[in-house]
Design a protein around this ligand. Structure first.
Ligand SMILES: NC(=O)C1=CN([C@@H]2O[C@H](COP(=O)(O)OP(=O)(O)OC[C@H]3O[C@@H](n4cnc5c(N)ncnc54)[C@H](O)[C@@H]3O)[C@@H](O)[C@H]2O)C=CC1
Ligand SMILES: O=C(O)[C@@H]1CCC=N1
Length: 264
């Protein structure tokens, strides 16, 4: 197997979906284990990968193993597989807060580890992933891993000290964007638009605005100013958002997110 997953929940599913959609690996080249039978059966039904209840089987059979379980289960799970992790395998972690130093200590031997933080837009090939290798990973191996991660979105290799910030600015961030889209749609519904149409208008607007930031290279403030006609509708909306502490709410929420990541 090329790729193994320990834990076949939401994030693993998003990665499997992106990898299959982009044709990086075939479903037959992937295997996943999950202690929860309906969880692994869902992965099999949705993506057609091999599944097992045995984490050790995944490690034995895979070149690269993604630890896609909650951070709280990392220590016990690593203890249960570490004797099978030989130095030709690469471990990819996706848990917030679990540092390379901590991970190396859990394995207690020379193991190639790439600490990453992906996000669920991976499912549609638009993920944002940060990656940070330990010293045992060669340049070539990092390139290979990045090429796999790139299949489902953008990847940046970052210094480990930025990994907690990455959690708040991309790992967890789809949740706040979805809240924003939902709130925009609720307002449109309140003003008479049918709900499915409201989601389309709100989501396409967020998508298009993000694309403008990415493609024009202009400062977001300048792009905002381009929408605000003098004495117009938009500046009124901006005034009310600012009065309600919109920016501050986002900043405070993200700082809280970063702190939790550090504490894990
Ligand atoms: N959901 C997201 O948007 C993102 C999640 N992550 C990280 O991905 C990891 C997984 O998160 P989710 O997919 O959201 O959680 P999840 O709860 O959807 O999936 C975790 C899966 O692991 C299984 N599991 C638990 N203990 C196990 C064990 N000992 N052996 C095998 N399987 C076991 C569970 O049954 C479950 O299916 C976490 O570390 C999370 O922080 C990272 C970035 C984004
Ligand atoms: O909520 C969480 O803890 C995970 C990490 C990033 C996104 N979801």
């Amino acid at each position: 197997m090329k790729l193994g997953f320990i834990g076949t929940g939401n994030m693993a599913g998003a990665i499997m979906g992106g990898i299959i959609k982009e044709g990086v690996f075939k479903a037959e080249e992937m295997i996943g284990s999950d202690i929860f039978a309906p969880g692994r059966e869902k992965a099999k039904a949705d993506y057609g990968i091999h599944v097992t209840a045995d984490n050790r089987e995944v490690v034995e059979k895979s070149e690269i193993i993604i630890l896609s379980i909650k951070p709280q289960f990392y220590a016990d799970t690593i203890a249960g597989i570490k004797d099978l992790v030989t130095d030709d395998k690469i471990i990819i972690t996706i848990a917030p807060g679990k540092t390379l130093a901590w991970l190396e200590e859990q394995f207690g031997k020379k193991v190639k580890i790439i600490r990453t933080m992906p996000n669920t837009p991976a499912m549609v090939g638009e993920g944002m992933t940060a990656a940070c290798p330990n010293t045992y990973v060669t340049e070539e191996e990092l390139k290979y891993a990045v090429s796999i991660l790139s299949a489902f979105g953008q990847v940046e290799v970052v210094s480990e000290k930025l990994m907690d910030v990455v959690v708040s600015v991309s790992g967890s961030a789809p949740a706040y964007v979805f809240l924003f889209i939902e709130a925009m749609a609720d307002a449109a519904v309140a003003d008479g638009m049918p709900r499915p149409q409201a989601y389309k208008f709100a989501a396409q607007t967020v998508y298009g605005s993000a694309k403008m930031v990415m493609e024009t290279g202009k400062h977001p403030g300048e792009l905002k100013d381009m929408v605000c006609s003098p004495a117009g509708t938009t500046i009124e909306a901006v005034r009310v958002l600012e009065r309600n502490g919109f920016r501050s709410a986002v900043i405070e929420a993200m700082k809280a997110c970063t702190e939790i990541s550090k504490s894990l």
